[in-house]
Design a protein around this ligand. Structure first.
Ligand code: NAP
Length: 483
C-alpha cells in the first residue's frame, strides 16, 4: 500500500502542501520504518483552513438537516466499502493489528457518520406555551469547530468529532496527533467524495503549537479535544480566554470490580478487553482490577493462561491479535511505570519485556499484589499493563474504585443484579459497564467525570455539545410598559 498521502493538509476541499513547515516522519510502529512524511501546518496553512471553514459554514448551517445527513450517510457507505484499505492504513498509522482495525476503526467511524447523518433531520427546538404569548427555541450551529485528536484511534476520533459537528451545521478543522497523521486525511477525502461542500471538513497537521494556534483564533467557536489531562488543562484554559464551548475527552485510571460470584471466563474477557486491546492504549481501560479475595486465584490463573495466547506478529496478518506500542517514546513511558511498579513492591506475574524485534513491541504485563497507593494504581499508564488489587466487601470496593482523580469509566462483574446496579449508581465515572467492558457503540453517550473530561461524545447527548439554543419570544398582544 502507498502510505504517502497526496499532501499534508486537506483544506477547502483539496489537498494542500506547504513543505516549509516542520517535517513530521510517519513511523510504522511494528518495524520502526518511516512510511510517509508530512509537514506541520505553517501559520499561512492554519489561516487558509480557518478562513475556508468560516466561509463555508453559514450556507451549510442553513441547509435542512436531512440534506446534511444524506451526505454523511453516503460517506458512511463509502467508508464501509473501503473498510479493508482504511483498516490497513490504520494499522500502518498506529501499529494496531488488522484483526482489530478491520472491526473497530473505519467501522466505528462509519457508525458515527451514519448515526449523526440519520439524526441531522431530527435536530429541533421546542415550543413553550405561555398562555397567549409563546416562546420557541431554535437549535443553531456553533460555527467553526476545532477538533484535536489523540493517536490511539485516528479514524474514529476524526469521525466522532466530525460527524456530530457537521450534522449540527458546523464546519470543522481537525488536527490529528503528529504520531498518526494519515487516517484523518482519508476521512476528509471520503466526505468530499460523498458530496460535502468544500471548506466544511479540513485537516491540518502539526504538534502542540499548531494545535494551540488553531484553538486560540477568535474565529474558532468550539474546541473538542481527545487527549491527556495535562493537555486538557492547557486547551480548556485557552478556550476559556475566548469563552468558547469545549468537549474534553481525557485520560483515566478506571476501576473494574470483579465479585466472587462473577463468571470467571467472562470476567477475564473483560480484563483482556479493558487492558490489552490496542496494546492497552485506550483511555477507558479498566486498569485497576479489584478482585474479591475468594475469586482472585482463579482470575489470576486464567488471565495468565489466556494472555499466553496473545498472538504477537505482523500486524497485517489477520491472525495477529497483539500489536506494538505506537511509538518508542510511549514504550519508554510504559517501561518506566513497570520499573516503578516493581520498585514499589508489586509482583510482576508476567510480561513487560521487549521481544527481540524491530519496532516498539512490549509483552503484555500483569501486576498482582498492587495496593492503592502505588504509582501504577494511581497514574494513567496507557500501555499493556494491568494491576490486580484485592478487596473484601462491596462498600470497600466502591470507595476504593472512586478514590481517584479520574472518572472516565468503571465496570463490575457479578451475578447479583441489584448489586450490579448499585455499583454503577455509585461509580464516579461517566461510562459504566455491567458484565462487559470497553464497548463504545455510537448510540451510547461516552465521556468522563472529574478530571477525565467535560461533555459527551456519541449519542443524542453530542448534539447538545455541537449546537446552541436560541429562544424566540413571540408577543401575541399589546405591549404593557410602566410609563
Ligand atoms: P496528548 O499528548 O494530550 O495530545 C493530544 C492532542 O493534543 C495531540 O494532537 C497533541 O499534539 C495536541 N496538543 C498538545 N498540546 C497542545 C496544546 N497546547 N494545544 C492544542 N493541542 C495540543 O495525548 P496523546 O498522547 O496523543 O493521547 C493519549 C491520551 O489521550 C491519554 O491520556 C488518553 O487517555 C487520552 N485519550 C482520551 C480519550 C477519551 O475519549 N477520553 C480517547 C483517547 C485517548 P501532538 O501530540 O501531535 O503534539
Amino acid at each position: 500500500m502507498n502510505t504517502q498521502p497526496t499532501a499534508s493538509h486537506f483544506i477547502n476541499g483539496a489537498f494542500v502542501e506547504d513543505s516549509s513547515g516542520t517535517e513530521i516522519p510517519v513511523i510504522y510502529p511494528a518495524t520502526g520504518e518511516v512510511i510517509a512524511t508530512v509537514y506541520a501546518a505553517t501559520p499561512a496553512i492554519i489561516e487558509q483552513a480557518i478562513a475556508s471553514a468560516k466561509a463555508a459554514q453559514k450556507a451549510w448551517g442553513k441547509l435542512p438537516g436531512t440534506e446534511r445527513g444524506r451526505i454523511l450517510r453516503r460517506a458512511a457507505d463509502i467508508m464501509r466499502d473501503r473498510n479493508h484499505d482504511l483498516s490497513v492504513l490504520e494499522t500502518y498509522d498506529t501499529g494496531k493489528p488488522y484483526s482489530e482495525t478491520s472491526v473497530a476503526d473505519a467501522t466505528s467511524g462509519a457508525d458515527a457518520l451514519e448515526y449523526f447523518g440519520g439524526l441531522a433531520g431530527a435536530i429541533t427546538g421546542e415550543h413553550i406555551d405561555l398562555g397567549g404569548d409563546f416562546v420557541y427555541t431554535r437549535r443553531e450551529p456553533l460555527g467553526v469547530c476545532a477538533g484535536i485528536g489523540a493517536w490511539n484511534y485516528p479514524t474514529q476520533i476524526a469521525c466522532w468529532k466530525g460527524a456530530p459537528a457537521l450534522a449540527c451545521g458546523n464546519s470543522i478543522i481537525f488536527k490529528p496527533s503528529e504520531t498518526t497523521p494519515l487516517c484523518a486525511l482519508k476521512v476528509a477525502e471520503i466526505l468530499h467524495e460523498a458530496g460535502l461542500p468544500a471548506g466544511l471538513y479540513n485537516v491540518i497537521q502539526g504538534m502542540g503549537p499548531q494545535g494551540a494556534q488553531l484553538i486560540t483564533d477568535p474565529r474558532i467557536d468550539k474546541v473538542s479535544l481527545t487527549g491527556s489531562v495535562p493537555t486538557g488543562r492547557k486547551v480548556y484554559a485557552a478556550a476559556a480566554e475566548n469563552i468558547r464551548a469545549v468537549t474534553m475527552e481525557l485520560g483515566g485510571k478506571s476501576p473494574l470490580v470483579i465479585f466472587d460470584d462473577a463468571d470467571v471466563e467472562n470476567a477475564v474477557s473483560g480484563i483482556i478487553l479493558g487492558n490489552f486491546y490496542s496494546s492497552g492504549q485506550i483511555c477507558s481501560n479498566g486498569t485497576r482490577v479489584f478482585v474479591q479475595r475468594g475469586i482472585k486465584g482463579a482470575i489470576l490463573a486464567r488471565l495468565t493462561e489466556r494472555l499466553a495466547n496473545a498472538q504477537m506478529g505482523d500486524p497485517l496478518d489477520p491472525d495477529t491479535t497483539f500489536g506494538p506500542m505506537v511509538s518508542a517514546a510511549q514504550r519508554e513511558i510504559v517501561e518506566g511505570f513497570i520499573a516503578k511498579g516493581q520498585a514499589e513492591g508489586a509482583t510482576l506475574v508476567t510480561g513487560g519485556t521487549r521481544p527481540d524485534k524491530d519496532g516498539f513491541w512490549l509483552t503484555p504485563a500483569i501486576f498482582a499484589d498492587v495496593t492503592d497507593d502505588m504509582t501504577i494504581a494511581r497514574e494513567e499508564i496507557f500501555g499493556p499493563v494491568v494491576s490486580i488489587l484485592d478487596f473484601d466487601t462491596e462498600e470497600e470496593a466502591l470507595a476504593r474504585a472512586n478514590d481517584t482523580i479520574y472518572g472516565l469509566a468503571a465496570g463490575v462483574f457479578t451475578s447479583d443484579l441489584t448489586r450490579a446496579h448499585r455499583m454503577c449508581a455509585g461509580f464516579e465515572a461517566g461510562t459504566t459497564y455491567i458484565n462487559t467492558y470497553n464497548l463504545a457503540p455510537v448510540e451510547a453517550p461516552f465521556g468522563g467525570m472529574k478530571l477525565s473530561g467535560v461533555g459527551r461524545e456519541n449519542s443524542k447527548a453530542a448534539i447538545e455539545h455541537y449546537s446552541q439554543i436560541k429562544s424566540v419570544y413571540v408577543g401575541m398582544g399589546d405591549v404593557e410598559a410602566p410609563f
